[in-house]
Design a protein around this ligand. Structure first.
Ligand SMILES: [Fe+2]
Length: 381
């Protein structure tokens, strides 16, 4: 990977190019290779998608701000602790940063230049963020070894939220799902695989729209950790533009903390690679480490929004969508990609050891991850 490819800005992939040209055209192949290279180098990419309307993102953010602005007693009605919070709301200080008690992860932090390290998670404090889980997967038409809990999605009761909840979540969630499935197709092509390789593997995945909320009135001080340093266990995670900056990612090759900057307007989304994609590619694509914190840009945005939007609650919403592989899918490295991963790692400019990725069912991987990390980000199984 040449140094010139590395930059402080994430590569921008245009899904429109993929959707509006013949699959075999050079312009499509070039965009697909760009997507695959971005995931290999950064574990993340920005994408442009004309279907991601700013009005739909704004409607989603407005509704979630109003939802999380409700009193705790109202939010508690939407908690489902008996089913491990797999649907409905998870209130603040419940989810713990997985890395804090994970030795290999702590070693990754220790190897970073001190100036590039994430904020210190060694206190093991739970993240001061709330979350809402809304299931968006289709149940498999076959008998599964990993039956998902059959709990229905939770629709909040307050009238000003209830009447538009399902429509708004489904609408924006579908935009994110369609975009991430196109990136699954594009990255497969870019890696030299058939288009449907990843998408089919996730056809019956337990996908989740899992927006998070951080109350910046309580947690708006600079250097507050909103979500501690971690990777996601699923295959791809996709986000819309948040109104407040604060997401930092680490590209595998640079060891640099990269503050994610969306273009200020326009139809853009952000995709990150998760552990299932790392496993499937034999480590050619690594799950991207990330954190969400209050940084200088967050503080400035809080100040600006107080003036421009004085009536709105100062709550940072992230419209996270977790795209999973199907639980019964046999997760094993694709040999050609694993070979590329080994040759990449033999290049001294690329950090990281060759890891082994044991074949297992996706369902086992999820259970193992959930067991190793008491509370995980992309599922609470
Ligand atoms: Fe995450």
């Amino acid at each position: 990977m040449s140094e010139s490819f590395l930059s402080e800005t994430l590569p921008l992939i245009d899904v429109d190019v993929f959707l509006s040209n013949p699959l075999e055209s050079e312009v499509v192949l070039e965009e697909c290779r760009k997507a695959a290279d971005a995931l290999i180098t950064y574990g993340a990419l920005l994408l442009h998608d004309s279907r991601a309307l700013e009005d739909d993102n704004a409607a989603f953010l407005d509704l979630l701000e109003d939802y999380f602005d409700q009193p705790d007693a109202e939010l508690k009605k939407d908690e489902r602790p008996d089913i491990m919070y797999q649907v409905g709301v998870t209130l603040e200080n419940t989810e713990k940063p997985k890395c804090a008690a994970d030795e290999p992860c702590l070693q990754i932090i220790a190897r970073l230049d001190p100036a590039e390290r994430p904020l210190d998670i060694s206190g093991h404090h739970p993240d001061p963020k709330c979350r809402f889980f809304w299931k968006m997967g289709a149940p498999p038409p076959y008998e599964t070894q990993y039956p998902a809990l059959n709990a229905p999605n939770v629709v909040p009761q307050a009238p000003h939220i209830n009447d538009k909840w399902e429509e708004t979540l489904e609408k924006w969630g579908t935009v994110l799902k369609n975009a991430v499935e196109n990136i699954a197709e594009m990255s497969a092509i870019g890696l030299g695989l058939p288009l449907e390789t990843f998408k089919d593997a996730g056809k019956y995945g337990p996908h989740l729209l899992g927006p998070t909320a951080s109350d910046l009135r309580k947690y708006g001080k600079k250097n507050t950790i909103l979500a501690g340093f971690h990777t996601d266990l699923n295959c791809f995670t996709i986000h819309g533009r948040s109104r407040y900056p604060g997401l930092h990612i680490w590209a595998r090759n640079t060891g640099k903390r990269i503050p994610v900057r969306f273009p200020p307007t326009g139809r853009y989304l952000l995709v990150q690679a998760g552990k299932q994609l790392e496993h499937l590619t034999g480590g050619l694509i690594k799950a991207g480490f990330h954190e969400v914190v209050v940084n200088e840009a967050t503080v400035q945005t809080i100040g600006k929004r107080k003036i421009t939007n004085p009536g709105r609650p100062c709550i940072r919403i992230s419209s996270t969508f977790f795209w999973h592989l199907s639980s019964d899918y046999d997760l094993a490295p694709i040999q050609a990609l694993a070979a590329r991963a080994r040759s990449l790692l033999s290049d001294s400019t690329v950090s990281g050891a060759v890891e082994s990725y044991e074949p297992m069912k996706v369902g086992q991987q999820v259970q193992k991850y959930a067991h190793d990390h008491s509370n995980s980000d992309s599922t609470l199984m």
